[in-house]
Write a protein that binds this ligand. Structure first.
Ligand code: ATP
Ligand code: MG
Ligand code: MG
Length: 547
């Protein structure tokens, strides 16, 4: 399944290859290691890697690690794992911090050419003097320092003679430019912080707008793909490559960000959820992170197919989060074994079934994929059914179990409810039913029909397990005035203790199943122990979403 039609970047690449302006395409995925990757990043990853694959090009994984304060080696490892898990192999693995020497030399070149100067204004003064869309900016009083003075001050910035914020290096472009990004942007700032990769070797760090084009040019990136917010940074991107006299000229192209309904992807917010322990880590199954989706039970294929279907456009749109669910259902439909799971158990005693008898019933592992074979399910006198498959006083059109009614037990027999046993508080404790041996599933019995089919597990042999059911982290009708942390859904996690068929005892972390009538579930890798399997609900079976 490949959606190649609506990709304008692909068209640009084809034209470049045809015209011979580019002989082999090189793309890169450039995450800042300041958090875990989320589903939005998956769009950028798929786009970069798939385009390079298609045109026999190369893709680098490059850590854009130019801000020592927020970055960490933990994130580097997590990002590598997530890219690999999504199914991609990078050609080069690079760190922007490996280019600090070259970036510094190019900055010295800019100073020599009179294209950069050291400014003593504070960050706030620089912001104030930048002007607005309708008003030109004001030149800094330090703008006309001599080349010699600038060279000396920049070298001393590097040596650590000045405090954080005391000085910056700025490009000397045009304080009256209609594009505010060109009003003498800051190229370097002072930060006496320890860097995850370069340690204390540097105390000046390049800004994104200066560093990124150099990183791309150094690596020979041909098509540098980024999100739309950077569209009006493009003239600066081109300025840096030109004025720094880079041999290779990279070009920037912008595409629309991926946003999902009722989902916040900002790393700052996600990190806050982790730091304040609102969730159980970056890989909490409710998080929109790649690691969260993996732990929830999403497959790499489902994420790649989703991203492909969303396509690439020049506008940012918001995609219905249910579309992602649709793709995991599609992917698991033929792959996931079916099984019966009782999430909220109610005991049923089949009073006319012999005490010590156990029989093994045959059932297809996946009726939509018969190659997956047959499984065996034990059946005996005591079983569990779902609490809400019984009602003492049902409304009309309720076809499941109620006193006097007969239903089909999936893969087994018809049973009729005769007695309702209650505890001292009057709550239903168990049901006494009788079964009809003639009605065995697969026996060809046609004597009479029942309207309801319910699932069950054998009470003696079923495997006790934990189920974790999820709902959205954020309330649907969140109040825009309130902070996101005040808009959390208090019911986003429900934990239940129930049972699954005994043949599931060997299920491994991340094994996925379809629980009859309940949906898709995956074995949780964090909380599952040799004694007890914990299942994460991936998605329910159906949704109103149509592609
Ligand atoms: P955040 O705002 O969540 O911190 P970011 O853009 O700062 O994200 P980076 O690590 O810099 O995070 O992103 C790496 C790459 O992923 C960039 O090229 C960026 O454009 C892309 N990217 C990030 N978020 C999205 C998104 N929602 N849709 C598409 N691409 C994205
Ligand atoms: Mg970024
Ligand atoms: Mg960011």
């Amino acid at each position: 399944m490949e959606n190649k039609s609506s990709n304008f970047i692909r068209n640009i690449i084809m034209e470049d290859l045809k015209a011979g302006t580019v002989s082999q395409i090189v793309t890169r995925f450039p995450p800042e290691p300041n958090g875990y990757l989320h589903i939005g990043h998956a769009k950028s990853i798929c786009l970069n890697f798939e385009l390079a694959d298609e045109f026999k090009g190369k893709t680098n994984l490059r850590f854009d690690d130019t801000n020592p304060v927020k970055e960490d080696a933990e994130y580097v490892e997590a990002i590598k794992e997530d890219v690999k898990w999504l199914g991609f192999e990078w050609d080069g693995l690079f760190f922007a911090s490996e280019y600090f020497d070259e970036m510094y030399r190019r900055a010295v070149l800019l100073i020599r050419k009179g294209k950069a100067y050291v400014d003593d204004l504070s960050a706030e003064e620089i912001r104030e003097m930048r002007g607005t869309l309708t008003e030109p900016g004001k030149e800094s009083p330090y703008r006309n320092r001599s080349v010699e003075e600038n060279l000396d001050l920049f070298e001393r910035m590097r040596k650590g003679e000045f405090a954080d914020g005391a000085k910056v290096l700025r490009a000397k472009i045009d304080m009256a430019s209609p594009n505010i990004n060109l009003r003498d942007p800051v190229l370097y700032r002072i930060s006496h912080a320890t860097h995850h990769n370069t340690g204390n070797a540097w105390c000046i760090y390049p800004m994104y707008d200066y560093a990124h084009p150099l990183e791309d040019a150094i690596e020979g990136v041909t098509h540098s793909l980024c999100t739309l917010e950077f569209e009006d940074h493009r003239p600066l991107y081109d300025w840096v490559i030109r004025e720094c006299e880079m041999e290779h000229v990279s070009r920037q192209y912008e595409f629309g960000r991926l946003n999902l309904t009722n989902t916040v992807m900002s790393k700052r917010f996600l990190k806050q959820l982790v730091d304040e322990k609102v969730v159980d880590g970056w890989d909490d199954p409710r998080m929109p992170t790649i690691s969260g989706l993996r732990r929830r039970g999403y497959t790499p294929e489902s994420i790649r197919n989703f991203v492909r279907e969303v396509g690439v456009s020049k506008t940012s749109g918001t995609v219905d989060a249910r579309m992602l669910e649709h793709f995991v259902r599609e992917d698991l439909k033929l792959k996931a074994p079916r099984t019966m799971a009782v999430l909220r158990p109610l005991k049923v005693v089949i009073t006319n079934y012999p005490e010590d008898q156990v029989e093994m019933l045959d059932a297809e592992v996946n009726p939509e994929n018969l190659e997956m074979g047959i499984r065996q399910i034990p059946f005996s006198r005591e079983i569990y059914i779902e609490q809400d498959d019984f009602m003492e006083n049902p409304p009309s059109k309720y076809f499941r179990l109620f006193p006097g009614n007969e239903v089909r037990l999936k893969h087994a027999y018809f049973i009729t409810c005769n007695d309702v046993i209650k505890d001292e508080q009057g709550r239903v404790k168990e049901l006494h039913c009788t079964y009809d041996p003639e009605t065995k599933s697969g026996s060809g019995f046609t004597g009479r029909k029942v309207k309801g089919t319910i699932h069950w597990v054998d009470a003696k042999q079923a495997l006790p397990v934990e189920f974790r059911l999820y709902d959205s982290l954020l309330l649907e009708d969140k109040d825009e005035e309130k902070s996101l942390l005040d808009s959390l859904n208090p019911n986003s996690l429900e934990i239940l203790q129930g049972f699954v068929e005994p043949n599931m005892k060997d299920a491994k972390p991340l094994d996925k199943f379809q629980f009859f009538r309940h949906g898709y579930f995956s074995v949780d890798p964090k909380y599952t122990t040799p004694e007890r399997i914990v299942f994460n609900q991936i998605v329910s079976l159906k949704s109103s979403f149509e592609l």
